[in-house]
Design a protein around this ligand. Structure first.
Ligand SMILES: [Zn+2]
Length: 148
């Protein structure tokens, strides 16, 4: 049985068809990926740039493009503008929000109640610490926020 000659198309690198996540350090700052469900003849790629909180919703931008390279170029341009308007405090705000969200899900996953869900206003963290409504966010930032 004769082997098929390799197709010339096989030599063309194809970007990953799943949405590519774009990171700046440890912060997820956007995506570049193929659109799904859009009509033939329209832009096949889309990008999204920015993170929230740590910015105003209007600071986050997105667009579509005919090719991956164009989407990446548009993203990089948008990122330059976005980054120029950010401070380290904005990144911290995002990281705190991320830590808070991860903690909340970890609490639910471990069957623990948030202090706000109990009449006493006091609860026990999955790590064993006693927490109340007032000290809850401080506890998350001190005990459960990964070092940036
Ligand atoms: Zn804890």
């Amino acid at each position: 049985m004769a082997l098929c000659p390799p197709s010339p198309a096989a030599a063309i690198p194809m970007p990953d068809k799943r949405a590519g996540l774009v990171y700046y350090g440890d912060v997820h700052v956007g995506t570049i990926g193929l659109r799904s469900g859009n009509p033939f003849g329209t832009d096949q790629w889309q990008w999204r740039c920015g993170f929230y909180p740590g910015s105003e919703p209007r600071d986050c931008t997105s667009g579509t493009a005919a090719s991956f390279d164009q989407a990446r170029g548009d993203f990089e341009e948008a990122w330059r503008v976005f980054l120029a308007n950010r401070t380290e405090a904005d990144f911290d705000e995002y990281r705190k929000h991320r830590a808070w969200t991860a903690w909340k899900y970890a609490m639910w996953d471990s069957g623990c109640k948030l202090p706000t869900q109990l009449a006493s206003g006091q609860s026990r963290c999955f790590c064993g610490a006693v927490i109340d409504i007032k000290g809850m966010s401080q506890h998350v930032h001190v005990a459960h926020m990964e070092a940036a």
